[in-house]
Design a protein around this ligand. Structure first.
Ligand code: SF4
Length: 525
């Protein structure tokens, strides 16, 4: 059984969830059903009536399956996963569970980067991508399970598999064993939605993966590091997969940076020639010509400038210039229906002037197009295994003040919608993403009804620790994961950010060379 600890709409819009579901459902002698976190009213009813969470496909209670696998892509869903277990009569704490099935496993980006908050709840955690790990894991569970082997012996065996962290064997507190992150070969890429639904976030669009990882290692970005090495799907595989699509499908290409695929334009043309409608997900902004001719109806052009200042963008490791963004908007405006821009504020090394550049860039984009623009602004949250993992989260008061300033300026620009993540939520997310095994107690307290401050306090965690900078190179409890790169590289990247920042104030004229931060002649029509 594959469970997504969030709503059906969110889960079905996750290509990662669909990919793992397909992999499990297609594995020999395996039946896989989906389960999702019930919506609030259903949840209240189930609680009141004492009804367990059941699978969507077979109406089977979670506790009746052999294997309960959680696909977790957001730290905020940790409590939901525990809630789904408790509602289903499964003890959240692994030590409180008997030898009975199901076995509980979990995987996903956040548990790969830091599995410690969930270590006391999950029997086995997949570190890395599912393609190389899931098959051996399922085969071992099936063969030993059918022989009536007890859970303890089974877990001992699972602990020998590459990329599998078993807290009861490796320890759920500061493990010493080294668990190597696993990643898929290029040949096994090319995931696509296996089920489309009008209730999904993207409607009936078929999501189609054309690359995994990102060719740009922005210093704050977890996917950029955790999906290393960057891999592009081979054209022959993409062509073959495209042939299997239903007629007149609406396709959304999925990758961190789709237009970085050298054959992106060819892929679009191929899909269109086969009669499909093409929707572009996110556009890196340097390659407007990759979009080619033609309309991407109902498509949002998604651009992630992160910040409005070219200088700060260079510091955070994003090689993108405002001029390129404006060029892309100008050239894509006739092909798409709306523009979405993603910004982050509260970055390390950010100045008041940098933040003011956010609304200034939005105003320049507004001047380029009449299309509706939606802007999402979120606080910087330090994530494990990034060059900025030692950086502090800005204080909640500062985050609120800065958010109010930015949103006020953006709201003064006509026809621009603004959305943001709250400062308090960012604080909790930072505590969950960089937390150690003690966060598990806070999750249980929260599950029992405590507010977050009380939940952390009872777990003996000072919530303010994430506001303090750490020494680059300082160690963490999640260091036992072998990501394929180490803290030395990350610390070097951090130092590089620091020197780039010093350079931008010493020689500002050099930074804007060769591309001026404000285009001399506007690319806008
Ligand atoms: S922020 Fe975007 S461009 Fe940068 S590494 Fe992450 S996914 Fe890639």
């Amino acid at each position: 059984m594959l469970a997504y600890p969030n709503s059906y709409a969110v889960g079905m819009s996750s290509l990662g969830f669909q990919r793992v579901f397909n992999q499990m459902a297609e594995w020999p002698d395996t039946v896989c059903e989906r389960a999702f976190m019930p919506e609030a009213d259903e949840l209240a009813w189930r609680r009141k009536a004492g009804k367990p969470v059941v699978t969507l496909d077979g109406g089977r209670p979670l506790r009746n399956c052999d294997l309960l696998a959680f696909s977790i892509s957001n730290e905020y869903d940790y409590v939901n996963a525990l809630n789904m277990m408790r509602l289903s009569g499964i003890e959240p704490r692994a030590a409180d569970r008997t030898d009975d099935w199901p076995l509980v496993i979990a995987g996903g980006l956040c548990v790969t980067s830091n599995p410690m908050p969930l270590a006391q709840f999950i029997d086995a955690i997949v570190i890395g991508e599912s393609e190389p790990t899931l098959g051996p894991l399922l085969d071992t569970i099936k063969s030993m399970g059918s022989q009536g082997v007890g859970k303890k012996r089974l877990l001992k065996q699972l602990a020998t598999l590459p990329g599998i962290y078993v807290p009861s064997i490796h320890s759920s507190k500061s493990p010493k064993a080294s668990i190597m992150r696993q990643w898929a070969s290029v040949e096994s890429l090319g995931a696509r939605s296996v089920i489309t639904t009008p209730s999904g976030v993207f409607g009936e669009m078929v999501m189609f993966e054309i690359a995994r990882g990102c060719p740009f290692n922005c210093r704050f970005c977890l996917p950029g590091y955790a999906y290393l090495p960057y891999r592009e799907c081979r054209m022959e595989d993409l062509t073959q997969i495209l042939r299997s699509f239903p007629e007149n499908a609406r396709i959304g290409f999925v990758a961190c940076s789709p237009d970085s695929h050298p054959s992106f334009r060819e892929i679009i043309d191929l899909a269109r020639a086969a009669g499909h409608e093409v929707s572009i997900g996110s556009q890196r902004a340097e390659h407007p010509s990759q979009l080619g001719e033609g309309k991407f109806s109902g498509t949002t052009l998604t651009i992630a400038p992160e910040t409005g200042a070219d200088g700060l963008r260079k510091v955070i490791g994003k090689s993108l210039r405002n001029e390129a963004i404006l060029n892309t908007v100008a050239s894509a405006s006739d092909s798409v229906s709306r523009i979405r821009m993603y910004f982050i504020y509260g970055f390390p090394f950010e100045t008041d002037e940098d933040r003011a550049e956010i609304s200034s860039l939005v105003a320049q984009v507004r001047a380029c197009t009449k299309l509706p623009i939606s802007v999402s602004i979120n606080p910087f949250i330090p994530k494990p295994w990034t060059a900025f993992q030692w950086s502090p989260l800005a204080s909640v008061n500062d985050l609120r003040k800065w958010r109010d300033e930015i949103t006020k300026d953006i709201r003064a620009i006509p026809s621009v919608e603004v959305r943001f993540l709250g400062a308090r939520e960012a604080h909790i997310q930072a505590l969950l993403s960089r937390g150690d095994h003690r966060v598990g107690e806070a999750l249980l307290n929260r599950l029992d009804g405590d507010g977050w401050p009380q939940a952390f306090q009872k777990a003996g965690i000072d919530m303010n620790w994430v506001f303090e900078p750490l020494q680059p190179g300082a160690t963490f409890e999640w260091d036992f994961i072998n990501m394929g790169f180490g803290h030395t590289r990350l610390a070097r990247e951090y130092n590089l950010a620091q020197s780039t920042n010093q350079a931008r104030f010493k020689t500002p004229e050099k930074l804007s060379d060769p591309v001026p931060s404000q285009p001399e002649s506007s690319p806008c029509p």
